[in-house]
Every structure is written in structure tokens, then in C-alpha cells.
Design a binder for this molecule. Structure first.
Ligand code: ADP
Ligand code: ASP
Ligand code: MG
Length: 851
């Protein structure tokens, strides 16, 4: 036996009913089938309205009956061939006449009762099931219509009757045991039942699911299928969270918790009977039958999801009892719960403050009034003697619940939940965690529910991170360190900032490695991928995978080509969130920025050439970036990883004005002058410069540093970022390097430097004689006339100066501004080195990615 239940929207139109017939027809051949149907969508609501309208003595009830009659007669005409319609049309007419007769009585007596409402509501399911039964018959499917009122026996709590499970099981089992014909298909209305007196009862709104579960459990069905209008139980109500996804597999307990906390997809009592009988529930979409939907069974899916789903209940109110005397009242909690239970008020959540001075329960808003009367009456004496305050009621609240059986094995779920809510300005009124740790619930204000559900869903389910595609140009010291840093930090960025940084291109001046899925940066994956067919990975434990790939010119992914080819490829790929990273010192690379920015590709440059090029060019790049919503960032142009440019930008953006900048901006020069002692220690000036180069503190041609050009570029960039349109020619360079040093190659330069040793010794001795140190200082200033000037040069620095105690490769920048007029804003720290520069570039990549 199998039980298939089709909900209101699955039988809401003739098109939908045709789908139901196709689904069932394909199934009945194999196993005897019970099909439980709801009323056509909207019909139950119409019948409730009908009962109310008639009982108010309002003639408008007749129009409601008319519309119900038309809806069902239309369905018959659309579903059945003309020759077979009359029998079913007369059944419909007869049922409509019964409705009319009941309504006439209600109208005349003017009395509304839940019993009468149940009686009227039952026609929704009776009509739909009769019509669908006839449609099956017309299709030649052998079927018998079962009256659920004769099968499902309940108490007399009209509108949500309690099922007598033992009697019901017996009745159902007896019927099927005696059913000699063994039909292929049993059609039956959901939702409706009857009490001992034979009066019609209903099982509560959404109760057709429960009807189906009762049949399934009584007959030990192989499966209970709930066919509805969505493709399974989802991670959240899809009407609230558009990104909600179907849950392939969920445990009975998890499904029960989700439905208890508002997931309307399944009526909460449905799960219990089938869980006891170990019958799986399969939730399927009538309108997308090929979708696998959701399987509900004993075990929770074996994955590492702490949270299976999120749900919410609207229209909650929080009832709180408080009072210093609470601890002293014996049986206090029981009395509270009993008082509510006696009025049939169901408690949705309970929270108690740790001080035991207050307890709060969340109940449905329609129960508020009754609850207030019941609780205040129960504790009348304690309230009069001021042991307790009268019941406090807070309205317009909602409950949100995170559900997952694995939650208990994942610490930090509640922390994450509250952090996410807090960060989004959502106030939490109360918190509860079930003792079984299958849910965490919070009471929040009703108007925050939509936001809360969406941010929680985003935090717990949307692995949808922002995917960023990075193209690197330059794989020297800085480029290699950068790739290494990205590799190590990638997982962290994905979990903390939800950024997935994919390096899709790595290029040196000759070759380009491109993989749009992301270049494999790690050894372990590499060796797994290659272990079967490639000895390369085995002997590569000391090698770097991407370097090997870049070096392997035979690989398909390698393109020989110029930087222009690389840029053409980037523009051709047209990937979202692309960032071009220039860690070269080449003008040809800097020349591509305009092309990239104008196509919305962000540019992160360590290369200073573009920003120190003619002002018009620099300004054009900035405006291209702005106009195309791309980032153009170059923090490492000044002071390596130190936050100099970003601090300057923050000052300017927040309305400050820069008057003066004084700085040591060359880590190289600082290193050189800190290590050169006029030859006393046997080290010539040339020797010290060589050492700086070997340690990676110089540009490839150290003359760019020593000649002052590099510092000129840096102060120029700072002046420009401060809002002054200076050109390189405006910067005065008081160079200490004798003119012959600039001739020839780098090798020639070192030879010349040795020859010039007396010159450097003299510089050193003069400073030492004055008790000073030599520092290469850059200075930008607005003069009295408001004219901006800048210069760079070697200076004697007194021990009293900020610059005196500057060691190693450190940089120091002093910003004098409106807000920092006398005591400058100071930034100090390592201003050179591949690691810090790479980290500055990395920070810019993150900034660009988040822009
Ligand atoms: P039926 O009429 O088939 O019984 P219901 O309207 O009772 O259908 O239940 C299906 C609806 O439940 C869906 O259309 C969806 O809007 C709502 N729903 C609420 N929470 C969830 C959830 N977690 N997963 C899927 N659907 C949900
Ligand atoms: N028709 C009833 C309702 O609308 C029962 C159901 O659809 O499950 O609540
Ligand atoms: Mg339903």
C-alpha cells in the first residue's frame, strides 16, 4: 500500500488535477494506492466565510454558494468528457443543495457554531474528492471512493478534533481486510472525520496531511507522499527567503521541529504516526514531478550541516510573569502551564531567566486575552500580596527557529545566530533552546522577521560567497609572496568575509597561466590529481605547483604572449568581479590600466608608474574607475604595506585638509644610511647598497631608490591623493648621488659607486661631526601663498627629530592637517620587503573585492 496526498493547489485548477491524474495513473499499476485530496485551493476559506456570513444573517452568503457551485461544476466540465458529465454534475448539485440547506438553517437561526462550520468545511474535500474520483473513472482507472468520516474517528473538539488513533486504526484495518475487491485506487477526502455521535469534525487547518499519515500508519504503507506546490521541504519558507533550497533528506525530528515552528509545508501532527511506523515521507512537487523533493525518514542526512532549516511563526505574543517572590512559590511553573492548558492554550516556547525571577511563554496572539484572564486568576493571591506582578503581555512578536539535529555537535551556532541578528540591528526579546538541542528559537519583533530570516539564511545556508577572479601580472618576490598569502588565507576569507578569491591568471613577462576554474595553488590537490599518471607531482614536493605549471611551456593552459595578449584574454573572459593585480615595475603593464578599468576590471597596483605619470593620465584612471564601478587601488605605491594612502584618503574623505607631509619614504635609503658608517666597519657604501639589493629592499635598478626618483614618485602620489595636482617636474630633488653613477648598467653603477666612496664618507663624517644622522627626507608643503611645493633630499637629522630613531627599513610619515595641526598624525613601520608589500597588495585585493 502507498498513500499519496495532494494539497489544495495540486487540485486547485483543472490543469493541476490533470497533472495529479497523470502522476497517480503511473503509480497505481504497481501497488494499491490511497489518494487523499484537499479541497480545491481557496475553497476552505470560502466555506468559513460562508458559515460566518450566513450566521450573521447576511444574504451575501448565497453569492458565495453560487461561486462555489460554479467553480466545481466548471471543473467537472473541464475534466470529464461531455457524455460522462451528468452523473458527476448531479452529485455536485446535490452537495451544493446540502450546503444551501445547512446555510439556510444557520441564516434563520443566526447562531454560529464550530460544529456547523466543520460540517460546511467538509464539503470542500467531499466535492474535490468526488470530482477527481470521477475523472479517474473517466480515464479508466479502477477506483473506489472512501468516506473518511466513516474511517477516522475523533473527539468532539470541532475545528481541530483529536483523533482516536486506536479506534481509527481498527476501522481502517477492518475495512481493508474485508475489502474483497482489492481496488487499485482508493480516493478519499482529507481533513474530515467524525465523532462518536457521527457528526462531522475536521482535523485542523492543513489537516489533509494528517489524514494521509493516519491511513499510511494504519495500513503500514510503504511510503507516504505529500504532493504540493513546492519541490520539497526547503531551508526556509520560499515566500520569505527567495534563496531557500530544497532539503534532499531530513529526519522526522527535524521536520517535526520545522513544522512546529511554522513551516507550513507539512501539518505538524502528520509526522508522529508515520514516524512510529517507520514509514518514510516523501515531499514532492505536483508541478515538477521529476524533482527529487525531500525524503523524511529516521536518520538526519549525514553531512556537516549543523542547521537543516529555518522557520518562523508570525503573530506571537509573549506572556511574562515576574516577581521577587517567584522563587518562593511552590509548583509555580506547573500552575502556570496548567492554567494555560485548561484553556487549551498551546505554549510555543518557554524561557526562564537564570535568576528565576521571571518566566516567559510565547503563545499565539489569538490566545492572549484568554491567557491573561486564566493566569491572573490562577495567581490572584500572589499578585494581591505582591509576590508577583500581573501577567505582562508583549504583542506584535514573531518566533524564528533554527533547526538541526547536528546542532549539539556544533558549538557556536547560537553565537553565530545572535551575532548575525545583532549585526543587522535585530533586537532579541527572548531566547530558548530545546533541551534536545534540535532547535534554537528567538522571539523578535514581527517587523524584523523578513530581515531576520534572510540574514540567517544567508549566514547558515548561502555558501553563495562573492567569487572574485584575480589576474596577477608579475611573479617576482612580491608576486610569489602574494600568491602564497592568498593560498593560506583563502579558506578564512571564504568563511569570514564570504569572499572566494580565485586566482585565474598568473603571468610573467613571457608566459601566462590561465585557468578559469581557479589555478591550483596547493600541493596536496595537485598530487592527488596527478598521482596516477604523472611522476612530476611526486618529485615536486619542494616545488611550487603554479610555478611548475607556468614553467611547463607545453601545457595547454600556457599561452606565450605579451601583456597585451593577457589583457585581451581578461577582457574576453569577461568574468564577474575581475581584479587585475600589477606586481611588476613595468610601464607596459601600467599602460594597460585604462583599457581594463574602462571595462570594469579593477586594478590593484604595486607598480608606481601610472600614479606618478603625468597628472592628466593619473586623473583619467581615477575617473575611469569611478565611472565603471571598478576599484583602482595602489596602497603599496607608498610605504609597502603601511596604511598610508588609505589613511590619507580617509582624512580627505572625512573633510580634513593636508597642509604638510614630512616623511622618510624609502626603506631602501633608510636601510642604506642606517647601515653605512663611513666605512669604519670596513663596509663601503657600495657594499651596503648591494646588501640592500640582496635582501630585496631595492627596485631592480637601485638607482631609482638612491637617485631619489622613487621617493619623488611617492611624495608626488601623496600630494595628488591629498588633492594637489603636482607633476614630477614640480618636485625638487637634491640628489646626493654623483652624476657619473647614473651612466651605464646596474653593474657599471656598482663599480662607479666604489669609486665614489670618499664622497659618501664625507657626507657621513659631516653629519656625524654635527651629532646628526643622515636621512633622505621627502617634504610636501603649502607655502604662505597657498602654493604646493615638494622636495626630496638628504638631511642632517638631530637627535630631537622624529626621524632620528628610525631603524632598519622603516618608513615614517607625518601628516599635518587641520585636525592634526601641531602634533602630526604619524604612521611608522616597515616600508619595504616582499612580505609586507604582498600583504598590502592583498589588502587592496580584498578592498577591491568588497567594493
Ligand atoms: P498544500 O496545499 O499542498 O498542503 P501548503 O500551502 O499547505 O500546501 O504548503 C506548501 C507551502 O508551504 C509552500 O507553498 C510554501 O509557501 C510553504 N512553506 C513554508 N515553509 C516552507 C518550507 N520550509 N519549505 C517549503 N515550503 C514551505
Ligand atoms: N482544506 C483544508 C485547509 O485548507 C485542509 C488541507 O488543505 O489540508 O486547511
Ligand atoms: Mg498543507
Amino acid at each position: 500500500m502507498q498513500v499519496l496526498k495532494f494539497g489544495g493547489s495540486s487540485v486547485g485548477t483543472t490543469a493541476a488535477i490533470s497533472k495529479v491524474i497523470a502522476i497517480v495513473k503511473a503509480r497505481v499499476q504497481k501497488t494499491p494506492t490511497i489518494v487523499v485530496v484537499s479541497a480545491m485551493s481557496g475553497v476552505t476559506d470560502q466555506l468559513i466565510l460562508l458559515a460566518q456570513t450566513a450566521s450573521q444573517g447576511n444574504e451575501a452568503y448565497k453569492a458565495i454558494i453560487q461561486s462555489l457551485a460554479e467553480k466545481h461544476e466548471d471543473a467537472v466540465r473541464a475534466l470529464l468528457p461531455a457524455s460522462q458529465q451528468s452523473k458527476t454534475l448531479s452529485i455536485v448539485k446535490e452537495l451544493i443543495l446540502e450546503i444551501e440547506s445547512h446555510c439556510a438553517t444557520i441564516f434563520n437561526e443566526g447562531i454560529f457554531s464550530l460544529r456547523m462550520q466543520d460540517c460546511l468545511m467538509s464539503y470542500g474535500e467531499i466535492l474535490s474528492s468526488k470530482i477527481i474520483a470521477a475523472a479517474f473513472e473517466a480515464k479508466g482507472v479502477d477506483q473506489v471512493w472512501l468516506d473518511a468520516r466513516a474511517m477516522i474517528k475523533t473527539n468532539s473538539t470541532y475545528s481541530s478534533a483529536g483523533v482516536d488513533r486506536a479506534l481509527t486504526n481498527q476501522t481502517i484495518q477492518k475495512y481493508f481486510a474485508n475489502d474483497a475487491n482489492q481496488h487499485a485506487l482508493y480516493m478519499t477526502p482529507g481533513f474530515i472525520a467524525s465523532n462518536a455521535a457521527g457528526h462531522t469534525t475536521t482535523l485542523g487547518r492543513g489537516g489533509s496531511d494528517f489524514t494521509a499519515a493516519i491511513y499510511a500508519a494504519a495500513l503500514s504503507a510503504s511510503i507516504l507522499e505529500i504532493w504540493t506546490d513546492v519541490s520539497g521541504m526547503m531551508t526556509a519558507d520560499p515566500r520569505i527567503v527567495p534563496h531557500a533550497k530544497a532539503i534532499p533528506k531530513i529526519s522526522y525530528h527535524e521536520a517535526m521541529e520545522l513544522s512546529h515552528f511554522g513551516a507550513k509545508i507539512i501539518y505538524p501532527p502528520t509526522i508522529q504516526p508515520v514516524m512510529q511506523a517507520h514509514i518514510p515521507i516523501w515531499i514532492k512537487n505536483t508541478f515538477e514531478p521529476e524533482h527529487p523533493g525531500t525524503l523524511i525518514e529516521i536518520a538526519s542526512a549525514k553531512d556537516d550541516h549543523a542547521i537543516r532549516g529555518i522557520s518562523s511563526i508570525k503573530d506571537i505574543c509573549l506572556l511574562s510573569l515576574e516577581g521577587a517572590g517567584m522563587v518562593a512559590i511552590p509548583g509555580f511553573t506547573n500552575r502556570l502551564f496548567d492554567a494555560l492548558a485548561k484553556k487549551q492554550i498551546s505554549i510555543i516556547i518557554i524561557t526562564q531567566s537564570s535568576s528565576e525571577h521571571s518566566i516567559s511563554v510565547g503563545v499565539s496572539v489569538q490566545d492572549t486575552h484568554l491567557a491573561k484572564i486564566a493566569v491572573d486568576a490562577e495567581f490572584e493571591e500572589e499578585i494581591n500580596t505582591q509576590l508577583l506582578e500581573p501577567l505582562i503581555i508583549e504583542k506584535e512578536l514573531s518566533i524564528i527557529a533554527l533547526v538541526g539535529e547536528q546542532m549539539r555537535n556544533h558549538p557556536g551556532v547560537s553565537g553565530k545566530m545572535f551575532t548575525v541578528l545583532g549585526a543587522n540591528g535585530i533586537n532579541i526579546r527572548a531566547i530558548a533552546q530545546g533541551s534536545s538541542e534540535k532547535n534554537i528559537t528567538a522571539v523578535i519583533e514581527a517587523h524584523d522577521v523578513h530581515k531576520a530570516m534572510n540574514v540567517l539564511h544567508e549566514a547558515f545556508f548561502e555558501t553563495a560567497y562573492k567569487q572574485v577572479h584575480v589576474y596577477i601580472a608579475g611573479v617576482g618576490n612580491v608576486g610569489s609572496k602574494l600568491i602564497e598569502q592568498i593560498k593560506l588565507q583563502a579558506a578564512n576569507l571564504q568563511s569570514t568575509l564570504r569572499l572566494k578569491i580565485n586566482i585565474v591568471g598568473i603571468a610573467n613577462s613571457k608566459k601566462q597561466l590561465i585557468n578559469l576554474e581557479g589555478i591550483n595553488l596547493s600541493h596536496s590537490d595537485d598530487s592527488i590529481n596527478n598521482s596516477s599518471n604523472n611522476s612530476h607531482s611526486k618529485n615536486s614536493s619542494n616545488s611550487i605547483p603554479w610555478m611548475d605549471q607556468l614553467a611547463a611551456a607545453s601545457s595547454e593552459t600556457i599561452h606565450a604572449g605579451t601583456i597585451q595578449d593577457y589583457v585581451a584574454a581578461i577582457l574576453n573572459h569577461n568574468l564577474p568581479n575581475s581584479i587585475f593585480v600589477d606586481v611588476t615595475a613595468h610601464a607596459t603593464v601600467a599602460d594597460t590600466y585604462a583599457q581594463l578599468l574602462s571595462k570594469g576590471v579593477s586594478v590593484v597596483a604595486c607598480n608606481k608608474i601610472a600614479c606618478s605619470s603625468p597628472y592628466a593620465h593619473y586623473a583619467n584612471l581615477k575617473s575611469l574607475a569611478q565611472n565603471h564601478h571598478a576599484a583602482f587601488l595602489f596602497e603599496t605605491n607608498v610605504g609597502a604595506g603601511l596604511p598610508i594612502v588609505s589613511t590619507l584618503n580617509d582624512l580627505i574623505h572625512s573633510g580634513d585638509t593636508i597642509h604638510k607631509i614630512e616623511a622618510v619614504l624609502s626603506g631602501t635609503l633608510n636601510f642604506v644610511f642606517n647601515h653605512y658608517e663611513g666605512g669604519k666597519d670596513g663596509k663601503t657604501f657600495a657594499h651596503v647598497v648591494k646588501q640592500a639589493q640582496e635582501e630585496g629592499y631595492t627596485e631592480p635598478d637601485p638607482r631609482l631608490d638612491l637617485g631619489g626618483t622613487d621617493v619623488m614618485r611617492k611624495i608626488l602620489i601623496l600630494a595628488r591623493e591629498a588633492g594637489y595636482p603636482l607633476e614630477m617636474e614640480d618636485i625638487v630633488n637634491e640628489s646626493f648621488l654623483p652624476a657619473p653613477c647614473f651612466n651605464g648598467s646596474v653593474a657599471d653603477f656598482y663599480i662607479e659607486l666604489e669609486k665614489q666612496e670618499p664622497h659618501f664618507k664625507q657626507l657621513y663624517d659631516a653629519a656625524a661631526a654635527a651629532g646628526c644622522k643622515l636621512k633622505f627626507i621627502a617634504k610636501f608643503e603649502k607655502d604662505a601663498n597657498g602654493k604646493a611645493t615638494a622636495k626630496v633630499g638628504l638631511q642632517h637629522i638631530q637627535p630631537s627629530s622624529d626621524f632620528y630613531h628610525l631603524y632598519g627599513k622603516d618608513n615614517l610619515v607625518l601628516f599635518y592637517t587641520n585636525r592634526y595641526p601641531e602634533q602630526p598624525l604619524v604612521i611608522k613601520g616597515a616600508g619595504a620587503g616582499a612580505d609586507v608589500t604582498a600583504s598590502g597588495v592583498f589588502a587592496d585585493i580584498i578592498r577591491a573585492a568588497r567594493a
